[in-house]
Design a protein around this ligand. Structure first.
Ligand code: IVH
Length: 682
C-alpha cells in the first residue's frame, strides 16, 4: 500500500537548491490559496529527496530548508506561545516503513513496545489547541510554526464537538483537528455562494480559511476531534497513564475525540496488527463523512512515550502512516454543459482519466459559471482533482505553473444546450429560461415524478414518456393524469399496458401529499425535505399559501433556500391545479392506526438505518425505510451521532454499526424493528 510518487534522486547541489525553492513555494501556497504545483504525494517525495541529500551533504543544508520544520516552515504563525510545542508527525508509506519505525522505536526504548500502539485516523483539517479554564472554553490557538500559533478564539461556539462549557470546572488544553465534514463542506459552499464569496476548493482549505476569518457576515460550522491533551496553568487534571485513558477522560468531558470517529481508536499489541488495522481503515475511507489522509500510530503508554522522546519537530513515539493520495493531477479535456431535471445548466469537467484513491475519475463537477470564472480554468489546463470520503470528485484548481500555451478559454453557452432557448443568467446557477415548466427539463422531471420514491407509477418507462412528450400530448406532470386509454394504448403499443397504467395512475392518486409534492421536483428540495414540508403544513393549499418566512420554519430547510422554493411552488401553480382536478390526494395523513403522535412506537427516537433490509422489511430502500420511521413517529438521520437513539442494522452493516456500538446507541435487527413498528408496516 504505497502512495508515494516515484522516488526522486538528487545528486548535485543545483538540483538540491531548485528542490528547496520548489518545496518552499509549494508549502507556502498550501497554507495560502492552495494553488500549488505539487500534489501531496509529489511534495512528500520532494521533501524526502531533500532530506536524503542533506544527510549526504550536511554542509550544503540551507537554513530555510523545509526539513524538520512544522508545515515546511510556511504555516501561518501567530503570537500566542504554545504551552508545549505543537509538533508534526514523521511519515511512513508502507508496511516496510512501519517496520523500520518500529525497529528504531524498540532501539530507543531498549526493547519491544509492551504497552501497545494506539491507532487512530489522521484527520485532514487544521490543528487547534483549545484552552479550557475552570470548565470554560477561553481560547483557541492554531498550530502556527509549532512554537507560536495564531489566536482563533473568534471560532468558539461554532465548532461541533468542542463545547463552550464543560460539565466540570477543569483547566486543561485539549488538542485536536478541526475539519469540515462532507455535509458541512456542501453547506459552507452554499452559504459562500449565497454571499457571493469564492467557493472553498476542498474541506481542508475551507477549514483553514474559516478558522482564520474574523469578520464574516455569516457563520460556517466546523467539527472537532481531539487527539491529545496537555496540562494548562500547572493544573494537574490529566490522570491517565496511556493515550487511550487520557482520550477517555477528554471524551467524558463531552469533547469529541478520535475515538468517536467512525474509525475510532484501537489499541493493537503488535505491528502486524497495526498493519492489518491500517488496511481496514483504508477500506473504510471511501464511506467516511470527512477526509482522512492517513492513520496515526502512537505508543499507548506514556512511560514508553517518554523513553522514546522527541526529534526537533516530531515525536519518536508516533508516526503517520500516509494513505493513498486523494488528490491527483490530470488534464482538463473539455467542459460539458448538461441540463438537469429542473432546467439548471450545469458545467461538468471531462478529464483525462486519473486514478484517485482506488477509482478512476473521468468527470468532476464545475458547479456553476462563477466557479469557472473565479478559478481561471482553461481547456488543456493541468488540474488538481480531489476526492475524499463521500464527497464527489472536484477540481481544486488549475496548476498555472504548468501551462504550455496550448490552453484555450472555456466557452460558455449562448443558449440552452438542449432546447436552444434563452438562458436565465440572473442567479449563480444558470437555468434554461424555459425551466421546469418549459420543454427543457420536462422529460427528466417526468421521469423523476413517476419514480419509485415519488408517485411510483410502474411501467411508464422513459421511451413511452418520450413519445408522449414529443407528440405534444404531455407538456407537464398534470397532463399525464388526463391521458385517455386510447392515448396510452397508442403511446405504449398495447391496450393491456394502457389498462395497467390507468390502474397505476389510480394508485398514484392515493399517494400521500409528501410524494405528490416531491413529484413536482421543486428546486432545493428532495425526498426528505418534501416529507418535512408536507408534515409541517399538512395540505397542498397551506404549502401554496406559505411565505418564504413560513417555509423557513420547516425542520431541516435552510432559510437561504426558502425564497427560491416559494417562487418555484408559485410557478408550479397551473400544474398543481391540474393535479387537483385529476383527483390526486393533496393531504398528508396525520395519524396512523388511530395513534397519536406521542403514542407512536418511535416517538422521540432519532433513527438511522444501515445495511440491506431483509425479512419483513425486504425490498424497502432508504427512502421507504425513512417514510416508515416517520409514520411510526420517529425522526430520521443519515449518520450516527450522539443524537441518534436507535440504529436499524441490516445485512452488511459496517462502520455505522461499529460507531453505534462505540457510542452505546441501541441497535435493532430488521426483525426486532419490524416487530416494533408492526402497526405501520402495511
Ligand atoms: S498527533 C505529537 N494525531 O497531523 C503528535 N495528529 O503532521 C502530534 N493530525 O499537526 C500530532 N490527526 O494537525 C495527531 N490523530 C491525530 C491526528 C493528527 C490529524 C494532524 C495534526 C498534526 C499533523 C501532524
Amino acid at each position: 500500500m504505497t502512495t508515494a510518487a516515484p522516488a526522486i534522486s538528487m545528486t548535485d547541489r543545483a538540483a538540491y537548491e531548485t528542490a528547496i525553492d520548489q518545496a518552499i513555494a509549494a508549502s507556502a501556497a498550501y497554507y495560502g490559496d492552495g494553488d500549488t504545483t505539487l500534489d501531496d504525494a509529489a511534495y512528500d517525495a520532494l521533501a524526502r529527496a531533500i532530506a536524503a541529500y542533506e544527510r549526504e551533504h550536511p554542509e550544503h543544508t540551507r537554513a530555510d530548508s523545509p526539513t524538520g520544520k512544522v508545515g515546511g516552515g510556511a504555516a501561518p504563525v501567530g503570537d500566542v506561545a504554545h504551552t508545549v510545542p505543537m509538533l508534526s508527525l514523521d511519515n511512513v508509506f508502507d508496511a516496510e516503513g512501519l517496520q523500520k519505525w518500529g525497529a528504531s522505536l524498540a532501539r530507543r526504548i531498549d526493547g519491544p513496545v509492551t504497552g501497545g500502539y494506539a491507532v487512530e485516523p489522521k484527520l485532514d483539517g487544521a490543528a487547534i489547541a483549545a484552552r479550557y479554564r475552570d470548565g470554560r472554553l477561553v481560547q483557541l490557538v492554531g498550530r502556527g510554526d509549532g512554537v507560536h500559533g495564531e489566536d482563533v478564539s473568534h471560532a468558539i461556539g461554532t465548532i461541533v464537538g468542542l463545547p463552550v462549557q464543560l460539565p466540570e470546572p477543569v483547566t486543561v488544553e485539549i488538542r485536536g483537528e478541526a475539519l469540515l465534514t462532507a455535509a458541512q463542506f456542501v453547506k459552507a459552499n452554499e452559504i459562500r455562494v449565497a454571499h457571493k464569496a469564492k467557493m472553498f476548493s476542498n474541506p481542508r482549505n475551507g477549514t483553514a480559511g474559516t478558522l482564520r476569518a474574523k469578520d464574516r457576515p455569516y457563520v460556517i460550522e466546523t467539527t472537532f476531534f481531539a487527539y491529545g491533551a496537555v496540562g494548562l496553568d500547572d493544573v494537574d487534571f490529566l490522570a491517565g497513564e496511556t493515550h487511550e485513558a487520557v482520550m477517555a477522560q477528554v471524551a467524558a468531558l463531552g469533547v469529541q475525540t478520535t475515538g468517536s470517529t467512525e474509525v475510532g481508536l484501537k489499541v493493537c499489541t503488535t505491528l502486524a496488527e497495526v498493519q492489518a488495522r491500517v488496511e481496514e481503515i483504508q477500506t473504510l475511507r471511501p464511506e467516511l463523512p470527512y477526509g482522512i489522509d492517513g492513520v496515526v500510530i502512537k505508543t499507548n503508554g506514556f512511560a514508553e512515550q517518554k523513553a522514546a522522546g522527541f526529534a526537533t519537530r516530531h515525536p519518536h513515539w508516533a508516526i503517520a502512516y500516509k494513505l493513498a493520495a486523494v488528490e491527483a493531477q490530470t488534464q482538463l479535456l473539455a467542459v460539458e454543459w448538461n441540463v438537469g431535471r429542473t432546467g439548471i445548466i450545469a458545467p461538468r469537467a471531462v478529464l483525462k482519466p486519473v486514478e484517485v484513491d482506488g477509482s478512476v475519475v473521468t468527470y468532476a463537477t464545475l458547479h456553476n459559471p462563477a466557479f469557472i470564472r473565479d478559478s481561471g480554468l482553461k481547456i488543456n489546463d493541468t488540474v488538481k482533482v480531489w476526492k475524499a470520503g463521500d464527497i464527489i470528485p472536484r477540481i481544486e484548481s488549475p496548476v498555472t505553473g504548468l501551462r504550455t500555451g496550448a490552453e484555450t478559454d472555456i466557452v460558455f453557452p449562448e443558449c440552452c444546450p438542449k432546447c436552444d432557448g434563452e438562458i436565465d443568467k440572473s442567479g449563480e446557477r444558470w437555468e434554461c429560461a424555459g425551466g421546469v415548466n418549459g420543454s427543457c427539463g420536462l422529460l427528466p422531471s417526468l421521469k423523476y415524478a413517476v419514480g419509485r420514491d415519488q408517485l411510483d407509477i410502474d411501467g411508464l418507462g422513459v421511451t413511452y414518456l418520450e413519445t408522449l412528450v414529443e407528440t405534444g400530448q404531455v407538456n407537464d406532470l398534470g397532463d399525464l393524469f388526463g391521458l385517455s386509454r386510447a392515448q396510452l394504448a397508442e403511446a405504449t403499443g398495447s391496450e393491456k399496458r394502457a389498462d395497467s397504467l390507468l390502474a397505476e395512475f389510480d394508485k398514484a392518486r392515493q399517494q400521500p401529499l409528501n410524494r405528490v409534492f416531491c413529484a413536482l421536483g421543486i428546486v432545493r428540495t428532495g425526498r426528505t425535505l418534501s416529507r418535512e414540508i408536507a408534515r409541517h403544513f399538512g395540505t397542498m393549499d397551506k404549502i401554496r399559501a406559505a411565505s418564504p418566512e413560513a417555509l423557513a420554519e420547516v425542520n431541516k430547510l435552510p432559510g437561504a433556500n426558502a425564497p427560491k422554493i416559494a417562487a418555484h411552488i408559485a410557478a408550479m401553480g397551473p400544474v398543481i391545479d391540474k393535479l387537483v382536478a385529476a383527483g390526486l390526494n393533496m393531504d398528508e395523513p396525520t395519524t396512523d392506526s388511530g395513534s397519536t403522535a406521542s403514542s407512536k412506537p418511535l416517538a422521540g427516537e432519532v433513527v438511522v438505518v444501515t445495511g440491506g433490509m431483509h425479512g419483513p422489511l425486504a425490498g424497502r430502500n432508504r427512502n421507504q425505510m425513512n417514510e416508515l420511521i416517520e409514520k411510526a413517529g420517529g425522526t430520521t438521520s443519515g449518520s450516527i451521532s450522539k443524537k441518534t437513539t436507535l440504529l436499524v442494522a441490516g445485512e452488511g452493516a459496517g462502520s455505522k454499526l461499529a460507531k453505534a456500538e462505540q457510542l452505546g446507541t441501541k441497535v435493532l435487527s430488521e426483525q426486532q424493528f419490524a416487530d416494533l413498528v408492526a402497526d405501520h408496516l402495511s
